[in-house]
Structures are given as structure tokens and as C-alpha cells.
Ligand binder design. Structure first.
Ligand code: PSU
Length: 304
């Protein structure tokens, strides 16, 4: 019995030839951004990976199969799927979605699982999920963190999304033994902002170092992946002082409306988009493209 994987011809050729491949998730398309910007982002991010010498593999679940590499038609259909009609898949519901033949978009956790099954070692996204504010009473902690602790994929993100409790998120990752590597600076980035005020536990300045660290983890037999926290480009960032009050407002509205569980992150991203008149989305797209570029470089370094 093997996993139900369907590869696009481009991805299967690249993997067979040992060429660099970068996995991409699909929850960011269905639940993270509005249409049509989500589709434009999904196409652009694939193009950036190709321009940087690697092959993109966007991952989603359709018709009982994990699709690794989507056609442009499939990408468009997914981008137009209302968020309540695509399951937001994590480790807990991936198998159920496949067994029931439903459509599902993969979060960071589910994309890591699928990438690993497909033999892909690096994955680019926007920001990982983490410890939600108020987790001490709600227990709302993203399954992305546990996944990083057990599945050997290097995830390139702009940190954890700043809607979260960032200090608690980094504490949990440390407890779980996940290497958190800031790229090119001493401080951890905070998604829309380059600065978080939190010193990074590890820092690296080249794709080659990141690839070598992944290889060494494998040689040591350590389970789990690595998180590369890549700061948003300076010209696209929203300074911490500007974004924080907006996040606070969106959070109090979510609380007042009783938004919970999987709905929290999509609700907050949408409200912050409205409150910043689209600026948060432009930044989000810029940081994803920046992460795709670095992920392509890491994928290339991993094939050397
Ligand atoms: N990056 C983005 N936007 C997103 C996500 C990542 O720029 O919407 C998605 C990822 O799929 C991640 C999910 O796994 O948000 C986290 O959701 P939650 O907080 O419910 O675990």
C-alpha cells in the first residue's frame, strides 16, 4: 500500500532526475488571501521558483489524490473555491479528506507531510501557524509546530504570523527541538515586519549553510525539519508600530464574535486586509515571493 500521490509531469521529471524542487502549500490560496490576488500570488510564486532554477510543486488534495504540482486550470479552480468548500487540512484530517474524495487545501503541517511523501525536502510559505494569543485558556496551538518537530522538511517562512503570541510560539519550537534559523539578521522577523524584538536562537547567511544543516540532521538521525525565518524585504514591510494596533483591533473583533479554531487565522488575515486597505495583502505577497526565492536557492544547494 502506497500513498495516493499524483505528480505533474514537470515535478515527476525533476524528482526522477534529482533536480531541485520546492513544495508550496494551498491553504494560503483558499483561506489566506482573497480571489483574484490569491491566484496571481500562486502563479507568481511558481514563476519566481522557476526563475531561480528550481521546479515548483504546489500541493492540494482532490479526488482522493494528493496532487504534487498543479496545472494552471487546477490552480485557478482552487483559487475560486469558496473557503467553506475546501477543507483546511492538517495532520488530523488529511487522511479523512483523501478517503472521502473531498477537496482539501494543505496547511504548513499537511504540506510538510505530503512533501516528505513525495521526496521534496524544502517548502516555501508565508508564515507558519503557532501559539495563538490566549492559548493559556483556549489551548489553541497550531499543529504546524508539532509537524516541524517530526517531519524532515525545511520550511522557509517570514516567521510565524504576527497575529500569534510570538514569544510563546518560539518557546514551544525550542521545547520541541526545532531549529529556528533567522536568515541574514540576528533578530527573528515578525511576518509583516522585519523586526520582532526577539533575538533569534540561530542565524545563517547562506542557502548552502541551511542545506548543510538539513543534511547533518539527517546524518544524526534527528527527526523533524527546520524553520528558516526570512525577513520581509525592507520596501514591503509594515513597521511593527503601524501593524500592532491593527492586529489588536482584529483580535478583539474575533473575540467579540466568538471566532474559534480553524476560523481564527483566516478571519484575522481578512480583517487586517480590510483595516489596512489592502496593504497587509501586498506585504504578504511580497514576503511569500521572497521566501520562494530563498527556498529555490536552498533546494539547489541540497542537490549539490
Ligand atoms: N502563510 C500565509 N497565509 C496563510 C498561511 C500561511 O501567508 O494563510 C496558512 C498556512 O497554511 C498555515 C496556516 O499552516 O495559515 C495556519 O493556520 P492555523 O493558525 O489555523 O494553524
Amino acid at each position: 500500500m502506497t500513498a495516493p500521490l499524483t505528480f505533474s509531469p514537470e515535478v515527476s521529471d525533476a524528482l526522477a532526475a534529482g533536480r531541485p524542487v520546492v513544495a508550496l502549500e494551498s491553504t494560503i490560496i483558499t483561506h489566506g488571501m482573497p480571489y483574484p490576488q490569491n491566484l496571481e500570488m500562486a502563479r507568481q510564486v511558481e514563476q519566481v521558483i522557476r526563475d531561480n532554477g528550481a521546479v515548483p510543486a504546489t500541493i492540494a488534495v482532490m479526488g482522493g489524490q494528493i496532487h504534487v504540482g498543479l496545472t494552471d486550470d487546477a490552480l485557478e479552480a482552487l483559487a475560486q473555491t469558496p473557503s467553506d468548500q475546501a477543507m483546511k487540512l492538517s495532520r488530523a484530517d488529511l487522511a479523512v479528506c483523501l478517503a472521502n474524495g473531498r477537496t482539501g487545501a494543505t496547511t504548513v503541517a499537511a504540506t510538510m507531510i505530503c512533501a516528505h511523501l513525495a521526496g521534496i525536502r524544502v517548502f516555501a510559505t508565508g508564515g507558519i501557524g503557532g501559539v495563538h494569543r490566549g492559548a493559556e485558556t483556549s489551548f489553541d496551538i497550531s499543529a504546524d509546530l508539532q509537524e516541524l518537530a517530526q517531519t524532515p522538511v525545511t520550511v522557509v517562512a517570514a516567521g510565524a504570523k504576527a497575529i500569534l503570541d510570538l514569544p510563546k510560539t518560539w518557546e514551544v519550537l525550542e521545547t520541541l527541538g526545532v531549529p529556528v534559523i533567522a536568515y541574514g539578521q540576528d533578530e527573528l522577523p515578525a511576518f509583516w515586519s522585519r523586526s520582532s524584538g526577539i533575538k533569534a536562537p540561530l542565524r545563517m547567511d547562506s542557502a548552502a549553510e541551511i542545506a548543510a544543516a538539513a543534511d547533518m540532521r539527517a546524518r544524526l538521525g534527528l527527526k523533524g525539519g527546520q524553520l528558516v525565518a526570512n525577513p520581509i524585504p525592507p520596501d514591503a514591510e509594515i513597521a511593527r508600530d503601524a501593524i500592532m494596533p491593527v492586529i489588536e483591533q482584529a483580535l478583539s473583533e474575533a473575540e467579540a464574535q466568538g471566532i474559534a479554531a480553524k476560523e481564527v487565522t483566516p478571519f484575522l488575515l481578512q480583517r487586517i486586509f480590510e483595516l489596512t486597505e489592502g496593504r497587509s495583502l501586498a506585504s504578504n505577497i511580497a514576503l511569500v515571493l521572497n521566501n520562494a526565492r530563498l527556498a529555490a536557492q536552498i533546494a539547489i544547494a541540497m542537490t549539490r
